[in-house]
Ligand binder design. Sequence first.
Ligand code: ABU
Length: 469
Amino acid sequence: MNGVNGPQNGQPHLDHADGQYFLTEAYKVILEEVLCKGTDVKEKVCDWHDPEELSALLDLELREGGESHHQLLQRVRDVAKYSVKTNHPRFFNQLFAGVDYHSLAGRFLTEALNTSQYTYEVAPVFVLMENVMLTKLRSMVGWPQGDGIFCPGGSVSNMYAMNVARYRAYPQVKVQGLWAVPRLAAFTSQESHYSLCKAASFLGIGLDNVFMVKVNERGCMIPEDLDEKIELARSQGAVPFLVSATSGTTIQGAFDPLDRIADICDKNKLWMADSLAWNPHKMLLAGLQCCVFLLKDNTDLLKQCHCANATYLFQQDKFYDMRMDTGDKSVQCGRKVDCLKLWLMWKAVGTEGLAERVDKVFKLARYLVREMSKREGFQLVNEPQFVNVCFWYIPPSLRGKEGNNDYQEKLSKVAPVIKERMMRKGSMMVGYQPLREKVNFFRMVIISPHISQEDMDFFLDEIERLGKD
Ligand code: ABU
């Protein structure tokens, strides 16, 4: 063992004792820099540097020889130091934030075990665990007998939905390809996630065949427009096959009217209430990535749609029940274990604990909206339906000038300027975007149950400070 100096004379790091010593030291750095400092409100959310400057601060170059433990621990420190602290109480930039320590332990364990979820023989515990998780989650939506899979991201879940929906309608597509199917049409709202478009182009359905259904003033799909768009697609010779509805849209957190949409889908025999994509790595803090695709079908549709029957993995003469091998349900081969982090966290806090953290962030979002209404300059885009609080900040120099011709143009520049200032200062992180005719506005997302009313007050104060001109 080479201890603190690491391997000598360019020897590769292959010694277990040596590796375990390094891991122990690296873990201390991770604990200190990422989990202690990274959650400390007195520290920066991000130590921001422009790309050239950051490249100079980091030693990213790969060389012929290896480095000492001492140097490597410095690399670990550097990565931690210059990375964004998404566990920080002032990180509001994405739909994920905060840390759950049980889930994190599950993530460490997953990485250490380093297996693939595709066969029972290499992942016996995780195959059973994934089945239990999927059954539990499906039971919550009323499909105890269906199917499902943990996916690498919500976008991939949406892609699964589109592929399986098409396969159910036209099973010949798998063998004969796009020649064997008519022009297909999918429907989703103007405010749905962009992954529907990605899925349509990836699967050969085509962007022109994704019909964007109008939304109401709060961002919810308008069922009457869905009816009209279905008719429009048919009039163009396309065959409607899928509607993707959203509960909690990416920007406004809007909820589409699922019952009314489901009625339209029933009437037209379209895929909608047949599957569900859900990301516990967002509001439940399961850690990236933890996404499930749940399926009502219990006839092996998922497997039939994707199987390739690789004989080196899925031998038909295995000594155990081959139905335990999940690999032919997925589009990938190697598949990371994403169920353990959710399972361990759920075991730790129970369903009630998970519900409590959701309730807490809803209360904080309501608190933020109330406090905003007491201050000048904060203008909601819409009354929030979820934990996304979308608003414009009107700086003092623009107040009372709403009638000016250049008002919207000037307003569009406010959020990017405030964002740059907060990033360079490192005080907090929040995202912004335009949305169709609406110019840039902030999307504040309250996700982490570790935050408090003081963090909400700080957020409002800091927007005022950064946008005081
Ligand atoms: N599913 C994409 C969400 C990205 C984000 O706003 O964090």
